[in-house]
Design a protein around this ligand. Structure first.
Ligand SMILES: Nc1ncnc2c1ncn2[C@@H]1O[C@H](COP(=O)(O)OP(=O)(O)OP(=O)(O)O)[C@@H](O)[C@H]1O
Ligand SMILES: [Mg+2]
Length: 248
């Protein structure tokens, strides 16, 4: 069980405190797949960063199978079996793709570089490529996902894995993420894609830095669609009122 208990995150910027996350309580079970969705800026990636130990929460605690890991950094959390595939994967000057995979294998039980084939890259072409800006956004994203597959962690968080992946490979990517899920693993996919939301057990909706809805896919997805339609109707209505006097 991966637990986020009463998480809050305040970031200071130009002498101002910005509340990014508040009152987040989530229990994520092993064997289940979750989708975390919500509007841009609602705090999904920030929550993933708190889970991975990149951001230290201002309040609250993080537990992995009952152990309080709040004070642990990224490396310790990776050792304990938490993996995060970034929304925008960082580039590492001086490192090659094979170095990254070797590093990931250290935490796994012996997956090989077939992971590159799984996500549609030829190991022969990519193992010795530099992990720098010479890789396209989509290639970098695939390597990030391959690294997660190699690491094979117990808690795996994919942050918008579909971003930058071409249409032809999208189905393949969904299958790979679905197939890589294990009974003893917790998978959380941050996504706006209906196809991804359709393959999970539970959907978690974030709005304004907090969890506003959570439940099984068949209950929550129709509610999200309806609330999106309502807010669209509301903003159209407001626009009509605001611009009522404008010459058309
Ligand atoms: N280090 C930071 N400094 C200042 N503001 C930040 C920082 N990190 C996050 N934020 C702000 O917190 C809010 C939530 O950001 P976050 O990246 O978590 O959103 P998101 O839900 O992942 O959005 P998206 O769907 O666009 O990826 C945004 O308004 C963002 O600008
Ligand atoms: Mg994000």
């Amino acid at each position: 069980m991966f637990t986020l208990e009463d998480i809050s995150l305040i970031i200071e910027e130009s002498d101002q405190e910005i509340m990014i996350l508040h009152n987040i309580n989530l229990q994520l079970e092993a064997g289940k797949m979750y989708a975390l969705t919500g509007p841009n800026g609602s705090g999904k990636s920030s929550l993933a960063r708190v889970a991975m130990g990149i951001y230290k929460p201002t309040g609250g605690q993080v537990f992995l199978n009952g152990e309080d890991i709040t004070s642990l950094g990224i490396t310790e959390r990776a050792r304990r079996g938490i993996g995060y595939a970034f929304q925008q994967p960082p580039r590492f000057k001086g490192m090659q793709v094979k170095d990254m995979l070797e590093y990931a294998f250290k935490y796994s039980d012996g997956v090989n570089c077939q992971v590159l084939r799984q996500i549609g890259l030829c190991p022969e072409d990519y193992l010795e490529r530099a992990l720098d800006s010479s890789l396209s956004g989509g290639e970098m994203k695939r390597i990030e996902i391959a690294t997660m597959l190699a690491q094979n962690p117990k808690v795996r968080i994919f942050d918008e894995p579909e971003a930058g992946i071409d249409l032809w490979s999208f189905e393949q990517l969904i299958n790979v993420i679905g197939e890589s899920h294990r009974d003893n693993a917790t998978t959380m996919v941050i996504s706006h894609q209906e196809k991804i939301l359709n393959m999970v057990d539970e959907i978690i909706l974030m709005e304004g830095g907090t969890v506003s809805m959570r439940g099984d896919r068949d209950t929550i997805w129709p509610q999200i669609k309806e609330s999106a339609r309502c807010s669209c109707r509301r903003s159209c209505q407001m626009e009509e009122e605001i611009y009522a006097d404008c010459p058309r």
